[in-house]
Design a protein around this ligand. Structure first.
Ligand SMILES: C=C(O[C@H]1C=CC=C(C(=O)O)[C@@H]1O)C(=O)O
Ligand SMILES: [Mg+2]
Length: 466
């Protein structure tokens, strides 16, 4: 692994500088070393890695070009108030101060952090989300990454004042060892569901009626309401298996998993919030839903109806308008097609409008994310009124559901997806979440059916057939 021989890393200039700085400044320094490695199974590494009460994360972007296994924790950034700004500030500072030995320019190599945000920091949090704060990004101890056909390993280490070259070489050697150990094939056991319980179905439908009333009274134009499905398994879920099934079944989605002290937030989302790559900005408007047909012709007819349906089109247009307004502040050359297209997923179809733009000089991914979140695909319009309605009326704690998750690197590159089609796994207890956009002419029963479709990807990943 990592070539045929273990490189003498300690001889590197950055290593020397980090050790020297730790001594002279008498404080810990972050040292980050990246090298290209031979082909590995990134997911297998994620699946097999285990640290009691530790952190790990997995990310596979929707076009399958970027894949990360982020293992352990070198440094954790946590934020409460002003969370997007706080994370941006602390991440930028950390990146500036770190000693980074990364010979590659590819976005996502070198120093990169993984994490996300809670949907609404002002909502009272419940016990089950206790490990998922308002904002949290982790600089992993080890990062195994695939960018296209190239594979990289990164070690992030806190160099203390008494550390020497040997300490650093030992840690690098342990990364080698870990990669060798994980070269085995991983297959887990099956899980079965003991009980499944919808949370307050009748009340949920009532809340949809209340949201419609709010809209008819002119307090809001759109409000997204979510509901929760509680599942009890016969044994603690094999979260690796769940991720593996999501990968196999949800081919056009972002696959993510954030495991923190035994709790795992996992999902397969089709919705990009924002991506920045060398100043190029990509965002996605995704709202408006219909089922898949039984065959090609039925699929086409449903898609045509979806494109012509005024209720779904209005749901969608709120998202397009808001994303345009936010990007206008931070970008130039904004390109948004006038009409949506249809995006087909395994279990449903969505109205979809891709957005591209060029980031202005001082704009940052987290500035855009902070203003976009929640877009009217997850919050509503206007944002403030919708979020307040959700806070007061929704009977569940969304935690990280519906909020941005993803990664950031030290050069302003990164990607955040909207964490939908997801669930929180706490051993044998699982909470799945699904929501839908309520507009003036929503039918509560139909909205309920729509959320049912949106549970399918996670139910299938848990091994439940619809
Ligand atoms: C809130 C969810 O979906 C959003 C994204 C796409 C389509 C949506 C809709 O048509 O209602 C929702 O706005 C969810 O899947 O939990
Ligand atoms: Mg909808």
């Amino acid at each position: 692994m990592i070539g045929t021989k273990v490189e003498d890393l300690a001889a590197g200039e950055k290593t020397r500088q980090a050790i020297e700085a730790a001594r002279t400044q008498n404080r810990e320094q972050i040292l980050s070393i990246t090298r290209e490695i031979e082909t590995v199974d990134v997911f297998n590494i994620y699946e097999r890695h285990h640290e009691e009460n530790g952190n790990k994360a997995y990310w596979l972007n929707h076009d399958k070009e970027t894949e990360f296994a982020a293992l352990g924790c070198c440094k954790k950034l946590v934020a409460d108030d002003d969370r997007f700004e706080t994370i941006k500030f602390s991440w930028t500072k950390m990146a500036e101060e770190a000693w980074i030995d990364n010979p590659f320019t590819e976005a996502g190599t070198g120093l990169a952090a993984f994490g996300g945000f809670a949907f609404d920091p002002e909502k009272k949090t419940t016990e089950k989300w206790k490990h998922f704060p308002a904002g949290m990004f982790v600089l992993p101890a080890f990062l195994i990454a695939r960018h296209g056909e190239a594979y990289y390993a990164t070690m992030n280490i806190l160099v203390k004042k008494n550390d020497d070259r040997e300490t650093i070489q030992d840690k690098w050697n342990s990364l080698h060892k870990l990669l060798q150990e994980y070269e085995l094939d991983g297959k887990g056991s099956r899980i079965s569901i003991l009980a499944m319980e919808e949370q307050e179905t009748a009340q949920w439908i009532e809340t949809v009626g209340k949201a419609k009333q709010e809209i008819q009274n002119g307090q809001a134009e759109k409000i997204v309401l979510a509901r929760e499905l509680l599942i009890c398994l016969d044994k603690a879920a094999d979260t690796g298996q769940v991720v593996r099934r999501l990968q196999e079944q949800q081919r056009d989605s972002y696959i993510f998993a954030f495991e923190i002290a035994g709790s795992c937030f996992v999902g397969a989302t089709p919705e990009r919030l924002v991506k920045v790559k060398e100043g190029e900005v990509l965002s996605t408007c995704l709202a408006g839903t219909a089922p898949r047909g039984k065959n090609k012709i039925e699929d086409e007819l449903i898609a045509k109806d979806l494109l012509e349906d005024t209720k779904n089109r209005s749901e969608h247009q709120f998202v397009v308008n808001m994303i345009r307004d936010v990007l206008d502040k931070y970008c130039s050359f904004i390109d948004i097609p006038a009409e949506p297209a249809v995006q087909r997923l395994k279990n449903l179809q969505h109205l979809y409008t891709p957005v591209t733009a060029r980031l202005n000089e001082h704009g940052h991914l987290l500035d855009i994310a902070g203003e976009l979140h929640p877009t009217p695909a997850l919050g509503g319009t206007p944002k403030k009124a919708a979020v307040e309605f959700i806070r007061e009326n929704e009977l569940l704690d969304r935690g990280w559901y519906g909020a941005p998750v993803g990664w950031l690197d030290d050069r302003g590159n990164g990607e955040l997806a909207v964490a939908i089609r997801s669930g929180l796994i706490n051993k044998e207890k699982v909470s799945l979440f699904a929501g839908c956009g309520i507009v003036a002419d929503s039918d509560p029963e139909m909205e309920y059916e729509e959320t049912k479709m949106k549970f399918s990807p996670m139910l299938n990943a848990l091994g439940v057939k619809k």
